[in-house]
Design a protein around this ligand. Sequence first.
Ligand code: HEC
Length: 395
Amino acid sequence: MESYIFDWLNLLLRWLHVIVGIAWIGSSFYFVFLDSSLVKPKSQELIDKGVDGELWAVHGGGFYNPQKYMVAPKQLPDHLHWFYWESYWTWMSGFALFVVLYLFNAQTFLIDKNVFAWGSSAAAIGASLVYLVMGWVVYDAICRAFGQKKNGDAMVGALVFAYVVIATYVACHLFAGRAAFLLTGASLATAMSANVLMVIIPGQRKTVAAMKAGEKPDPMHPIRAKQRSVHNTYFTLPVLFAMLSNHYSMTYGAENNWLVLVLIMLAGALIRQFFVLRHKGPPQYGWFAAGAMILLGVIIWLAPAPQPEAPRAPAAPKLAEIQAIVEQRCQMCHNAQVISKNIQLHTPELIVKNAQAMYQQAVVTRIMPMSNATQITEEERAKIGAWVKAGAKSE
Ligand code: HEC
């Protein structure tokens, strides 16, 4: 019952997380596009109003004419829409999902004894939480130290990249590959949300407060907010890959998985750069090509070596033999009480019923046993494969 409830909690939180995430990243993409597509207003009326740039667009049957005021309009409108709930809900739902999936089941999902021998779940959980906020602490310090300097953007970019490389390496040497990928993405996503919470929104509040007090708003706030929101746009593709990676064991299960993650995230940022520049002028395909080349390189690098033709097994193994393997390697997490992902494997009938799923998980993708907690052997995997291929017979 407990794992059944957890599965629902997992599903509902994930659903929420994807929906609010789309709302957030969608509006973020839109504003990056909008900002890059603004043209200087021609009409004197707009110039007198203080409009810095405008765009004409058609969508859903109507014409839209957004206008940007730099630093702020002369008068505050009565109704002002703020964008922050999308970001906060994405973070909150994501963190809740992380807790339900990785922290409640730390021994299964967070810890891989073949990677790092944690003394206790609590130690691993504590370290994962530190790791999660560390990204923000370091990134924010880099922005504060170099963000306002001349050529600061390049410096910030280089230092943040260096941090991501080191952090990815560390995560992949402390946590199960799947968790390490997710955590690295989540720590960048935490920095993105913190940018909204700690820099962008407070700056906007100060601008509004200054206007209400009849003072001239400090132009530093919008500049800083813009900087952070531009950083966020480069994080989006890398973060989204990290979030999806847990379905693809060929990435997080690779031998040098940290390098796989670094390269794919880099490819994502380069491809994002192509789109950011594309909004401003003619397409600069070099950025896209660089990202695509890196991806292609990773695909070739990770390709499985061709397997020598396996010697034909004299006969397909019997169910009793498979049952013995499953008892030893799988039942710990798939039995009458513990029902991971609604799969039970504690009777011969259940093993036959789940044969295809077992084949997928233990032979094809090799995700099971989770983190190979039960040390299944290659020979045992091959036996499961041979039994399923021969029709998963119940004798
Ligand atoms: C250490 C615990 C553990 C062991 C050992 C283990 N599993 Fe799992 N298994 C899980 C967990 C946890 C999930 C849910 C994974 C998820 O949510 O992505 C799961 C999911 C599955 C699924 C469903 C996957 C899906 O996405 O639908 C199958 C099938 C499965 N395991 C088969 C096996 C087989 C076969 C073995 C033995 C060779 C095995 N498991 C050993 C923990 C384990």
